[in-house]
Unconditional design. Structure first.
Length: 179
């Protein structure tokens, strides 16, 4: 049996990528800045209950270009609105680890909306009394164990990060004929 890969023209690729829909978990809170960015850029949004993560993406079916059903990217982004929320999550080890176990079935990225977040962890500048070395050790252990990376960014760039993360993932998958 041979596998046939379809190679889209640049115009077809652009048309498909312009149809990208960002999926937002219905339980996601305090994300108006993300929604505002996506709406400002005319990016389609779909609210859906997600088992893991806060954001994902899909390419809707396009029979004209040979896509006969919606294609969901097998990737998620989990967003924490700051170091304090991250610390609280890590302190609740069982719940956080269960979330990471579910997330490890997908390419997974953890966004922490605090550009200085890594420095704050090193210096213990967060509300919890969690020891900075233990916190960093837990975070880095989880990253290795569950194969994800943590990105510390300003909340003003979160929407941009989410959109472009999924846009270029979809682009590479479409270019490689992996859909």
């Amino acid at each position: 049996m041979s596998i046939i890969h379809y190679h889209y023209t640049e115009a077809e690729l652009t048309k498909l990528l312009d149809s990208l829909i960002i999926i937002v978990d219905t339980r996601e809170q305090k994300n108006q800045h993300v929604l505002d960015y996506l709406r400002k850029k005319d990016v389609s949004i779909k609210f859906k209950a997600m088992k893991t993560g806060d954001y994902s993406a899909m390419i809707p079916r396009n029979e004209e270009l040979g896509i006969t059903r919606d294609i969901y990217l097998n990737a998620v982004i989990e967003r924490k609105n700051g170091v304090d929320e991250l610390v609280q999550s890590i302190k609740d080890r069982t719940r956080f680890e269960n979330e990471l176990i579910r997330g490890s079935k997908h390419p997974f990225t953890l966004i922490v909306e605090d550009l200085e977040g890594y420095r704050k962890i090193l210096e213990g500048k967060y509300r919890s009394r969690y020891d900075p070395k233990a916190l960093l050790g837990s975070l880095k252990t989880f990253e290795v164990r569950y194969e994800f990376s943590t990105v510390f960014i300003a909340n003003s760039t979160t929407g941009n990060y989410i959109y472009h993360h999924f846009l270029y993932m979809a682009r590479e998958l479409l270019k490689g004929g992996l859909f």
